[in-house]
Design a protein around this ligand. Structure first.
Ligand SMILES: [Zn+2]
Ligand SMILES: [Zn+2]
Length: 135
């Protein structure tokens, strides 16, 4: 998939914003991402240093996906294993969630869910899942 901004480079930063009932997807390459949001890019480096938000493992940056719910954008990364589990959980709740290129039906489906609580549930699930995985 190409970057939304320059349409030249491959998009590596995928963001989903949910503000009220609107679901917005933004796909940017690293260059445009840093250019468009210097403050967020700063967060990006911090987030990368912290590592996986659940297990502290190596962040999987090949396809980072961050979410902003109701305007609050928290940038964080997960490792590949946690990302897979996170999306597996979310897709079971909300079909089509996290698709880089969702259909209007999938967007309607997402808007029909209380994403704030779905994401909170997913967060809880991940904490439990990574704790079990470590033991
Ligand atoms: Zn770009
Ligand atoms: Zn992890």
């Amino acid at each position: 998939m190409k970057c939304d901004s320059c349409r030249e480079r491959e998009a590596t930063v995928h963001q989903t914003y949910i503000v009220g009932e609107a679901v917005t997807h933004i796909n940017l390459c690293g260059v445009c991402f840093e250019a468009s949001a210097p403050a967020k890019a700063c967060d990006l480096h911090t987030a990368l240093q912290i590592g996986c938000r659940y297990c502290g493992g190596k962040p999987y940056t090949g396809n980072s996906h961050s979410f902003g719910v109701n305007g609050s954008v928290g940038l964080s990364f997960t490792c590949k294993a946690c990302a897979d589990e996170y999306f597996r959980f979310l897709r079971r709740k909300v079909p089509g969630f996290g698709e880089p290129d969702p259909t209007p039906e999938q967007i309607a489906e997402m808007a029909g869910h209380d994403m704030t609580s779905v994401l909170r549930e997913a967060d809880e699930h991940m904490k439990q899942w990574s704790a079990e995985r470590e033991s």
